[in-house]
Ligand binder design. Structure first.
Ligand SMILES: [Zn+2]
Length: 598
């Protein structure tokens, strides 16, 4: 099918950005105003010692400037995403980035000057009712204090940033450009290029030889650059250790988790609880193995689902309608608020020539509405993506409506909870609708089980690997290719030794994962999914108090520590309990799956 140009798309199904700025001229006018005010703001350096009024007025200006800047930035980004080849919006986007840099530079004095005030003064501001909007920001500044260096130290650290991010950039260059993976054989027996994008398609093939060859070639391809990848990752780990020590943290993991105010015990108890679920993972993979008619599974068999013939094909109106019905357990007003998204044009629905691929939700402009970019496809995946992105959008909608700008942004630790909760509600709803359709049940449960495996088990496996690798380096061991490969293989075996034949070639898989260059990040996918699975059960229990707690969580933005927000939602992530509950849900799904296929 021919992809349409942007101007051939029914405007009804495009997002309405005129609510952010009437037109580009209005954006230009605001851009000039914000640039002027940024320069004025810079001149306030050195005035924070002038007392309460000076600090309050400075913070008012600072957050107002940032609010206006983020609208400028979002508008330019969304316009550019409509058609990435459009040079006007490319330029606007570049200018917005530059302005962001300018505002950061002009406001660089803020934190150090605040920290130079006597601590009791700063603490008094943080609880002063007139500073209410900024209490989180002020508490956060105080919390950071033990890890902030002298002015000279901060300058040196800032200057070293380019060097410290080189490993990430270099590994990305190898993965996306320099590494040649060669060709593999497709279903038709013909040679076809193997790339990171085509890899998954080969792994989904029902022909085992196609899967095996693609997998082996991929792992060997990465392995051919193994010494380089090991040197880069060891360098990244050294950089993580360096910054954590300079900032006086006990370990690189403690330093990474500090940002979200998460204690290391949360990380450890995730791993421990997930290990407890490996028996159920074995059981699940055993069902899959029997379904595929294989005597034993290899790692390259895991992505071949072959869920059968069932598929739903909702167009966007139908998909949106299904989504609204699926989230009905969240209450009438949630449904009413969410229903505005399509008719008020928060969503850019269809693919068009040059449009950014994938899907996302963005806060857009504070006080306007969130926006959602889709490339809607008429299948379950398209429907699920809609529910996911609307989860983010409604979280932003309620947070922005309830919180002042300075407290509206939610942390990454909680970011995937609302989106995943919606996905699970959708899956549960469709299973009720198609309760007598066996193919539908197999597809829906199978999809959810895979989501579980790749998010909870796989990401925790990654989390375990990066933690061990950092620990080895902190204990002075040198991280060679052989050491990292052996470590990775050992951890993969922990998860898969009972259900699969773990071929040694999988030992280079860690080289493919770009997230390892954002240390201690992936565990949040696993905790977020477990929180969502537990919360979806709460919501579906129909207990109005549990629904109300979850709804309150959606309004909290960044007004509290992430773990406290989730406690309000109904899950205490400082204990392994929610992870165990999620794993119980997984076990229940495995049983149902087994019965369906039995
Ligand atoms: Zn998401």
């Amino acid at each position: 099918m021919e992809i349409k140009s942007r101007n051939e798309i029914d405007p009804k199904y495009t997002w309405d950005l005129t609510r952010v700025y009437k037109d580009d001229a209005a954006w230009e006018k605001e851009f000039a105003a914000v640039a002027g005010e940024a320069a004025e703001y810079g001149k306030l350096a050195g005035t924070l010692c002038n007392g309460r009024e000076a600090v309050l007025s400075n913070l008012n200006t600072y957050f107002d400037l940032n609010r206006r800047l983020s609208s400028l930035y979002s508008y330019a980004m969304m316009k550019q995403n409509e058609d990435t080849g459009n040079e006007t919006y490319q330029a606007m986007n570049d200018r917005a980035s530059t302005l962001l840099g300018t505002v950061m530079a002009e406001s660089a004095y803020l934190s150090p000057e605040l920290l130079s005030l006597p601590e009791d003064v700063l603490e008094a501001y943080a609880v002063d009712p007139d500073f209410e909007n900024y209490s989180v920001f002020l508490h956060e500044t105080i919390r950071q204090k033990p890890h902030v260096l002298t002015q000279e130290g901060e300058q040196i650290l800032a200057m070293s940033m380019d060097t410290l991010t080189t490993m990430d950039a270099a590994s990305e260059m190898i993965r996306s450009l320099d590494l040649k993976l060669g060709k593999t054989r497709g279903d038709d027996g013909k040679l076809a290029p193997l790339t990171d994008a085509s890899f998954i398609l080969f792994l989904e093939s029902t022909d085992r030889n196609v899967r095996r060859l693609a997998f082996t070639k991929m792992m060997q391809g990465y392995g051919s650059m193994g010494n380089t990848f090991a040197a880069l990752y060891a360098g990244q780990i050294k950089a993580d250790i360096f910054t954590s020590r300079v900032r006086k943290f006990g370990s690189s993991r403690e330093a990474s988790l500090f940002e979200d105010e998460i204690s290391e015990s949360v990380y450890d108890s995730l791993i421990e609880a997930v290990h407890g679920g490996i028996g159920t993972l074995d059981q699940y993979l055993n069902v899959r193995r029997e379904k595929m008619g294989l005597s034993h599974l290899h790692m390259y068999d895991l992505y071949c689902l072959g869920e059968g013939s069932f598929e739903i094909q909702p167009d966007i109106e139908e998909a949106f309608d299904i989504f609204l019905k699926a989230v009905a357990p969240l209450g009438k007003d949630y449904v009413k608020d969410a229903s505005r998204a399509l008719k008020d044009r928060w969503i850019d629905v269809y693919e068009n020539k040059g449009k950014r691929s994938g899907a996302y939700s963005t806060v857009g402009a504070y006080g306007v509405s969130p926006y959602v970019l889709l490339n809607h496809k008429k299948n379950y995946d398209g429907l699920s993506t809609l529910a996911h992105e609307m989860g983010h959008a409604m979280h932003s909608f309620y947070s922005n409506k309830t919180q002042p700008y300075a407290k509206a942004d939610y942390a990454i630790f909680v970011a995937e909870v609302a989106s995943t909760t919606n996905e699970i509600l959708l899956n549960e709803y469709l299973r009720k609708v198609y309760k007598d359709d066996k193919d539908a049940q197999i597809m829906l449960i199978g999809t959810l089980l895979e989501h579980f495996r790749t998010t909870v088990f796989r990401q925790t496996l990654f989390a375990e690997f990066e933690h061990e690798a950092h620990r080895l380096a902190e204990n002075g061991e040198s991280l060679t290719q052989a050491r990292l490969n052996a470590l990775y293989l050992e951890i993969v075996k922990t998860y898969y030794r009972h259900s699969c034949t773990v071929d040694a070639c999988v030992q280079t898989e860690w080289m493919r994962i770009p997230h390892f260059y954002s240390p201690f990040y992936v565990y949040k996918y696993a905790t977020g999914f477990c929180a969502a699975a537990a919360l979806a059960q709460n919501i579906l229990s129909g207990d109005p108090e549990k629904v109300a707690s979850y709804r309150r969580f959606l309004t909290l933005g960044g007004s509290m520590a992430p773990i406290e927000e989730l406690k309000i939602a109904g899950v205490d992530m400082s204990t392994p309990e929610p992870v165990c509950r999620a794993l119980d849900y997984f076990a229940e799904l495995v049983l149902q799956y087994q019965e369906l296929l039995g």
